[in-house]
Unconditional design. Structure first.
Length: 405
């Protein structure tokens, strides 16, 4: 029992599309079966130009499906796209061509694979493979972002020599890397961040005026909690330092509750050696200079409060961080967003900064969606559309931990 492979009896539906890297699906099928998985291959018509159905049928031990409808002289099941979607524990598309990605993004159902994607309720992992300039094309990147917004996982293409002779991003990742990402998606075996430690801050801080009243902000902590969950799902050992929220701690994440900015500072610095740090908390910039021991009574006269700055946690981190760490800050702005974010990126010596503008509909505090722009220290900029915050978290990890390594 203890020697069972990590994908023992997991049902993997493998979609193979018409990329020149389709031949690599043979190694992928072999590895998945070695890990104990049952593998059912769905081959597109174009993919059959690159790899023979008989080869994949032999390796998988199952008939390879290619057609949405059975031939006129066959008694096949015309609802196969439904039964396949119900059968699978995960749907893996590797390689995924530009055409297939576009079909998925826009809900086409003109092939067995496309129809199965629409029918499947299991997790979906998409592994793009194409030439460098195609992969970088704005339409392709927009379609990939749409897939993430639909809840699918997208594994970024590898960098290297391509079939065209060009060097760049577009290669299908190795079968071992795809299998590791699939295991992470299914919650089995070590994930791609196994052995790494991560620190995430989330939620607001509360600065007391008296025993009853506080200075705070409307942050719910949703973005930070989504990041902590996404990091844990990829295998990292995650510490979450959370201000006051109504959220349940993510599974498998060590959570430390704090109240004030000073408490958050102490908790963060105690965990400052983490390999990956996401500072997503909305820390109060100011705290009352004097905290009354008794409730301040309401009167008719205006009241003035003296405020002092709270600790600059990011700046303190900059003084003690190592070059090998990845430190990501967040900026919530209402005007001159890019200017302010880039200034913070430089002043706090961050590797990346994530900007969201409170004036954007559906973004900011108290909602489950967000629209962010990501800036790197080397000048790169990536704007994401409005997405569920869980999809934003996955996209940030793909951009920062994969493209930014």
């Amino acid at each position: 029992m203890h020697n069972r492979p990590s994908l023992y009896e997991r049902k993997i539906l493998l979609g193979v599309t018409g990329s020149i890297s389709a031949y690599k699906s043979c190694d992928l099928v072999r590895l998945l079966r070695k890990e104990g998985a049952q593998v059912q291959v769905v081959l597109t018509a174009d993919a059959a130009r690159f790899v023979a159905p008989l080869t994949l049928a032999t390796l998988s031990g199952r008939e390879v499906y290619t057609d949405l409808f059975p031939a006129a002289n066959e008694s096949g099941d015309w609802t196969r796209h439904v039964s396949l979607g119900l059968w699978a524990d995960a749907l893996l598309i590797a390689p995924a061509t530009a055409q297939t990605i576009a079909r998925m993004a826009h809900g086409f159902a003109d092939s067995l694979l496309a129809a199965t994607v629409l029918s499947a309720s299991c997790p979906v992992l998409v592994c793009p493979a194409m030439d460098r300039d195609m992969y970088q094309n704005a339409a392709i990147q927009a379609n990939l972002t749409t897939l993430k917004a639909h809840g699918h996982q997208v594994m970024p293409a590898d960098h290297g020599e391509l079939a065209s002779g060009l060097i760049g991003q577009g290669r299908l990742p190795a079968a071992e890397a795809i299998t590791d990402r699939l295991k992470s998606l299914l919650g089995v075996g070590p994930g791609p961040l196994s052995g790494k430690t991560a620190l995430v801050t989330a939620g607001p801080t509360r600065e007391p005026l008296d025993p009853v009243r506080v200075l705070t902000n409307p942050s719910t902590g949703t973005m930070g909690y989504a990041l902590a969950a996404a990091l844990a799902k990829r295998g990292a050992t995650v510490s979450l330092v959370s201000g006051p929220t109504a959220l349940d701690p993510p599974a498998g994440v060590q959570t430390t509750r704090v109240g004030t900015a000073a408490e958050m500072r102490d908790a963060v610095l105690a965990r400052r050696s983490a390999d990956i740090i996401f500072m997503a908390a909305a820390v109060s910039d100011y705290a009352p200079a004097h905290v009354s021991k008794q409730k301040r009574k309401k009167g008719k006269a205006p009241v003035s409060l003296a405020l002092h700055p709270t600790p600059d946690i990011l700046l303190e981190l900059a003084k003690v961080r190592s070059p090998s760490q990845i430190v990501v800050g967040f900026a919530m702005e209402t005007d001159r967003g890019e200017q302010q974010a880039r200034k913070k990126l430089s002043n706090k010596q961050l590797d990346w900064i994530v900007l969201n503008n409170l004036s954007d509909p559906g973004a900011g505090f108290g909602v489950h969606t967000n629209r962010v722009t990501v800036f790197s220290a080397d000048g790169a900029c990536r704007e994401l559309p409005l997405m569920d915050k869980r999809a934003v978290a996955e996209s940030l990890l793909d951009i920062i931990l994969v493209q930014g390594k």
